[in-house]
Write a protein that binds this ligand. Structure first.
Ligand code: GAP
Length: 523
């Protein structure tokens, strides 16, 4: 249970605008779990594994990287593509009333006025006057809470959280500064506590559009994909002849100037969202909200995540436009954290776009015989966070062998349908016609599956390499293959080997890695 019952991603002020951001929930989760060193070791192992085996690299690493920005490597991009594909298919294939779009990252600046992001999509910032270093006020407090916890001072930790949350709820920035001073939180560079006032910093990245500097308009990199869906609501409804209730799904990049980078790809400045806005009759929102909650939880379980590693976290303090909001959380090595939000957003966004654009955002409901601005239930998932969830869940270290041969085996227990490489083909030796047979199998199957063909090094080492990237099946071509056209298939998790006919391979692999295996579990 969290101590702090506030929205996961935002603290909303009382003005029209809902988006003062603040990551209370991270804070709350830390406050409850603490950051135990073994958990940090587990996260460190996962990060190191991701880098070493081609999943995720720090961005522009040769220049020492760019904080909170990451690149996906050869296996990372395959895994992420599979993840996005299964989300896309879940939305658009399983639900005949959900269609997709791909809106531009740049949008008219008024979009962000209407959505509330221009005025209040903020984090509370504070600078040390001596070092000129900038900090997020919430993170400074968060670190102090963690210190109290590590030192076993739970009472102090709890009361600091409480005090801080109260101040943030009433947006008392002076109070937050006083708290930082009272706690004597110092800048690590100067070891002084000479701080500026706490002030909000907008998280949107801006740039200029236009060829002449004087004429250029300031525009923003979208901080959420959702607005591309809202502004296209009528285009989609009319051109795809959709009837309420219907949904619009989109996968795309979003950008937030997160000041404090933490926990690897959990909090990035450039990340990917998989969002679906579901347009419904006003008044129907609670039943749709409940349905989408369950469907989305099922989806995460269908990816192979055990039920006890997932939970709902209700937002107890709701934004004024929302009448229900919940996070789906996964138990990362650093505690339960949000991977997806389900929000009942009323007619807030469409209503504001209607006001600002002076274009009707209404739907004529033939059954009711009247016009209305639809209400919206959104499901908003982060592709990168779910990627990290998959890696965290899949990363397995186990002892194998007996006696002197005992050793640790590391492998990724990824759902076969999501694995970057579906099968690897290995001739036992690099001679006697075995490579030719291996190549032939590869050439026949490469149209259906992402495969690897390898003939270098011992077969044991080749198996290990595939285990490390989560390849579900390894196919070995040996001397018996030349006699009876059979090969062995080695299963990743059990390491069990089975002899099968070459002609059966397409069917065996296909059954194992079909995305349909996941889709069937969702509904
Ligand atoms: N349209 C609603 C919306 O954007 P959000 O809770 O701010 O809601 C939704 O974001 C999801 O996007 C989160 O559950 C998370 O998975 C992902 N997300 C948000 N900020 C992120 C960041 N800085 N880095 C990675 N993923 C992020």
């Amino acid at each position: 249970m969290s101590l702090i019952a506030l929205p996961a991603h935002r603290i909303f002020n009382n003005s029209l605008n809902p988006f003062i951001t603040f990551n209370f929930y991270i804070f709350a989760a830390m406050a409850n779990n603490g950051q135990k060193s073994e958990e940090n070791i587990q996260l460190k192992n996962i990060i190191a594994h991701a880098k070493e085996y081609g999943f995720v690299y720090p961005s522009s690493e040769i220049y020492d990287g760019l904080q909170a920005v990451y690149d996906y490597g050869p296996y990372g991009v395959e895994l992420k593509n599979n993840l996005k594909e299964v989300w896309w298919q879940t939305m658009t294939k399983l639900h005949e009333n959900v269609v997709g779009i791909d809106a531009a990252i740049f949008m008219h600046p008024l979009t962000w006025k209407a959505s509330g992001h221009v005025d209040s999509f903020n984090d509370p910032m504070i600078d040390n006057k001596d070092s000129k270093k900038r900090y997020r006020a919430d993170v400074l407090i968060e670190d102090r809470v963690a210190e109290y916890q590590v030192n076993g001072n739970k009472e102090k930790a709890d009361s600091l959280i409480k005090e801080f949350v109260t101040l943030m709820e009433v947006e008392d920035m002076n109070g937050v500064k006083e708290l930082i001073v009272r706690e004597q939180i110092v800048c690590p560079f100067t070891v002084t506590c000479i701080m500026t006032d706490v002030r909000p910093l907008n998280l949107m990245f801006s740039t200029q559009i236009g060829s002449v500097a004087d004429d250029a308009d300031e525009i923003y990199l979208r901080p959420e994909t959702a607005q591309g869906i809202f502004v296209n609501f009528l285009n989609v409804q009319k051109t795809a002849r959709m009837k309420v209730p219907f949904g619009i799904a989109q996968i795309g990049k979003a950008f937030r100037n997160e000041i404090v980078a933490r926990q690897f790809i959990f909090r990035m400045r450039e990340f990917e969202q998989m969002e679906m806005q579901f347009f419904i009759r006003p008044g129907d929102e609670m039943s749709w909200y409940e349905q989408w909650k369950q469907l989305r939880l099922n989806w995460h379980k269908a990816l192979g995540i055990p039920a006890d590693k997932l939970r709902f976290h209700n937002h107890d303090k709701l934004a004024h436009y929302a009448n229900a909001a919940v996070d789906i959380e996964y138990e990362f090595p650093f505690g339960f954290k949000e991977v997806e939000g389900i929000h009942s957003r009323t007619d807030f966004d469409l209503g504001n776009h209607q006001k600002l654009s002076r274009k009707k955002m209404q739907y004529f409901d033939p059954e009711l015989g009247k016009n209305y601005v639809p209400f919206v239930v959104e499901t908003s998932a982060g592709a990168d966070r779910i990627f990290l969830m998959l890696l965290s869940q899949a990363y397995t270290e186990e002892e194998v062998g007996e006696g002197e041969n005992k050793k640790m085996r590391t492998f990724l227990k990824l759902h076969p349908s999501l694995a970057p490489v579906k099968a690897a083909i290995f001739p036992l030796v690099k001679k006697d016609g075995l490579p030719e047979v291996g190549r032939k199998i590869f050439d026949e199957l490469k149209y259906d599956f992402n495969l690897v063909y390898e003939e270098a090094q011992s077969i044991g080492k080749r198996y290990t390499r595939q285990d490390l990237i989560g390849t579900p099946s390894c196919i070995a071509v040996d001397y018996q293959t030349l006699e009876d056209e059979t090969v062995t298939i080695r299963e990743r998790d059990s390491m069990a080997q089975e002899r099968v006919k070459i002609s059966a391979l397409r069917d065996i692999i296909g059954k194992k890695v079909s995305l349909g295996n996941i889709l069937k579990e969702v509904l």
